[in-house]
Design a protein around this ligand. Structure first.
Ligand code: MN
Length: 256
């Protein structure tokens, strides 16, 4: 069966920061989505996430190929930083998804933004954080509980814009109608437990409202970081006569 996606999104600066360095992309026509969480002094974080998303989008639109598009994003951020002293050292996470004709959502991932898969009420994490605490957990030096309170938890070990030799995780998620995928920046997952996230995703059937509820939950918990959430619902294809044209090309986060 052909799968189509119904996508809801929400982003917010949070309760503490004065600007939003997260960026996201929803392109229904290409079946391409992405979340990017930028970092770096001055305006570096914002520039990094926006540059990465623009380059990802342009490369994918022209050539297809998710890994190449993530590499193009990396090259673009490195290039941009080279030409501007004030942007030196900027970087961004990038978690992108593209829906294939066979109903497989291919996820390309660098950093500590995340993708989750909800099926039959059970939430599982699709991505592995490229972070110091995740490495310490894998090495048996830290428990999951300790990691949640560890002051080093925002330190990431892989990002877009830091090194021209980038390793990209590629994870295929085979979707069936009724599945839901949620992609987010760490401003959600550092504030809201996975159990509470699952509860919202199970209870709220509208993807746009679910995304907003998750952002609200992160803010209710303190909102110490920017928060971005995409909720992707997998639906079976409608008969051609019932398809309503829904054109929404290249929505770039805050710069709609
Ligand atoms: Mn963040």
């Amino acid at each position: 069966m052909t799968i189509r996606l119904v996508i809801g999104e929400a982003t917010d600066v949070g309760r503490v920061r004065d600007h939003n360095e997260d960026g996201y992309l929803v392109d229904d026509g290409l079946g391409l989505v992405a979340v990017a969480d930028g970092m770096g002094g001055h305006r570096g974080g914002e520039v990094a996430s926006a540059t990465a998303i623009e380059a990802l989008h342009a490369s994918f639109a022209q050539h297809g190929g998710l890994r190449d598009a993530v590499i193009a994003a990396n090259d673009a951020v490195l290039d941009r930083a080279k030409g501007d002293e004030s942007l030196r050292g900027m970087g961004t996470t990038l978690t992108a998804g593209v829906l294939g004709d066979d109903g497989t959502l291919l996820i390309g991932h660098v950093g500590d933004s995340r993708a989750y898969h909800l099926r039959d009420g059970a939430l599982s994490r699709v991505t592995t954080d490229h972070s110091l605490v995740e490495e310490l957990i894998a090495a048996g030096e830290l428990t999951e509980d300790e990691a949640e309170r560890d002051p080093r938890r925002s330190m990431i070990t892989r990002a877009i814009g830091l090194d021209s030799n980038l390793v990209v995780d590629l994870i295929p998620v085979v979707l069936v109608p009724g599945d839901r995928v949620m992609m987010c920046s760490d401003g959600l997952t550092t504030m809201v437990s996975e159990r509470a996230i699952a509860e919202v995703l199970v209870q709220q059937s509208d993807p746009a409202i679910a995304a907003q509820r998750l952002v609200d939950a992160a803010n209710d918990a303190g909102g110490i970081d920017n928060i971005t959430v995409l909720v992707l619902d997998a639906a079976g294809d409608l008969p051609p006569s019932a398809v309503e044209p829904r054109k929404r090309r290249g929505i770039f986060g805050r710069r709609v």
